[in-house]
Design a protein around this ligand. Structure first.
Ligand SMILES: C[S@@+](CC[C@H](N)C(=O)[O-])C[C@H]1O[C@@H](n2cnc3c(N)ncnc32)[C@H](O)[C@@H]1O
Ligand code: SF4
Length: 402
């Protein structure tokens, strides 16, 4: 299904990264760390507050349309800590009355008991890391929760929040099409209107990568992975939650607004260890990233008010590449008029015609490019070919604020 392009303001988000987990999952290469001796939560909370102040001084007067507390495992934070972070954001900028405020949560029973506290603190959406619906696969993924705990956490989320989502990882070792079909069917019964369904990626440097190299962890071959992907599309479409992004499925209107801000190339502040941001400062979009190591980040913020280790102006050409890379992940695709306005470029007509002829992209409207289902399998190559063909567009404007 092709979505109409949304040309509204893509919004201003705030991402807050909590970098700690109760244990490290063997497939995960996110910036997440285990601290056996515990974490000084008030000290980190004070540092978050300072860095929020720094970002707001760089990009003052914005209206926040979404906040995402991600990790790591932010549901290890006390509700009062989350409340303090949200209050600080509200003091730094204006929070839109209908802002989406998401907290990523692991579905252990201890964490699910905190959901009411998070709601009272201002969170209005949770995203649960369920990953698998049976105990054998949860153990194989190194997860601490059971399938029964995951179901219970989904129930509590459904009773506590108007909006919630959960994540599953598929294309797992030894997963058959029939098993995935049954598991996804159960997930579709339990969900409300949004699911994130990720194919297992073997990330370099993780224990899974070592096992895979040693021949001790077999993942589905490309043919089986494609079959599992097709089952995912078939069942989610039948349930009314087609993909609006490669791995994200929702009923129309229930998409994650925060993630849409990334993919529609809006602006966002990144706060916390290893957070990325794209802020427009004095009319120029900047690429920002903070120190990843939690204690080094804490030290930097306590000394200088922020943990930024990267803060560079993006050229229009770099913005064009980023807009293309992010936007083609979406079912609605990209708007060539916006690409021209921001980056001053347009893909060569001959290249667009060739890719369209091959059935890899479609042009539902003269100014719209979307990637077809066949194109999704070669998305990176499409991005490379389109970007390599960029020509100067007539519509180049002065850089846009969003
Ligand atoms: C940053 S994680 C944080 C969520 C939370 N800590 C948890 O694990 O439940 C966000 C999601 O990325 C997905 N993910 C992480 N590593 C992955 C991998 N190697 N392959 C596929 N999905 C992965 C998982 O579904 C996870 O819920
Ligand atoms: S709980 Fe989530 S963030 Fe933490 S290690 Fe596991 S997958 Fe990564």
């Amino acid at each position: 299904m092709t979505l109409r392009l949304n040309t509204a303001d893509p919004g201003f988000g705030v991402y807050v990264h909590w970098p700690f987990c109760a244990s490290k999952c063997p497939y995960c290469d996110f910036n997440s760390h285990v601290r056996m001796g515990g974490v000084d939560e008030p000290r980190f909370a004070a540092a978050f507050a300072r860095e929020i102040g720094h970002m707001a001084a760089l990009a003052p007067g914005r209206t926040v349309t979404s906040i995402f507390l991600g990790g790591g495992t932010p549901s290890l934070m006390k509700p009062a800590t989350v409340g303090g972070i949200l209050d600080r954001i509200a003091a730094a900028w204006t929070i839109a009355p209908d802002a989406e405020i998401t907290l990523e949560a692991n579905p252990s029973s201890v964490e699910a008991e905190r959901f009411a506290g998070y709601r009272a603190a201002g969170v209005n959406r949770v995203s649960l890391g369920v990953q698998a619906m049976n105990d054998r696969d949860l153990r194989a993924l190194g997860r601490l929760h059971s399938a029964a705990e995951a179901r219970r956490a989904i129930d509590i989320a459904a009773a506590t929040f108007e909006r919630f989502s959960f994540d599953l990882i598929y294309a797992r070792p030894a997963q058959t099409p029939d098993a995935w079909r049954a598991e996804l069917a159960e997930a579709l019964e339990l969900m409300r209107d949004h699911l994130s369904l990720y194919q297992l990626t073997i990330e370099e440097g993780t224990p899974f990568a070592g096992l895979h190299r040693a021949g001790k962890l077999a993942v589905p071959d490309p043919e089986l992975a494609d079959a599992l992907y097709e089952i995912t599309q078939e069942l989610t479409e039948a349930a009314g939650i087609p993909a609006y992004e490669i791995s994200n499925h929702a009923r129309r209107g229930a998409e994650s607004r925060h993630n849409l801000t990334y993919w529609r190339y809006g602006t966002y502040a990144g706060v916390g260890p290893g957070a990325h941001g794209r802020l427009v400062v004095d009319g120029v979009r900047r690429s920002m990233a903070t120190e990843r190591q939690p204690e080094a980040w804490l030290d930097a913020v306590e000394r200088g008010g922020h943990g930024l280790i990267e803060d560079a102006a993006l050229s229009p050409a770099e913005e064009a590449d980023e807009l293309l890379l992010m936007g083609l992940r979406l079912s609605e695709g990209i708007d060539l008029g916006r690409l021209a306005a921001i980056g001053g470029v347009r893909p060569a007509a001959s290249v667009m015609a060739r890719l369209e002829g091959l059935g890899l992209i479609a042009r539902p409207a003269p100014d719209q490019i979307v990637v077809t289902r066949a194109g999704r399998f070669v998305l990176n190559e499409l991005v490379l070919q389109l970007a390599a063909s960029f020509e100067r567009a007539m519509e180049m404007q002065t850089p846009q604020p969003v």
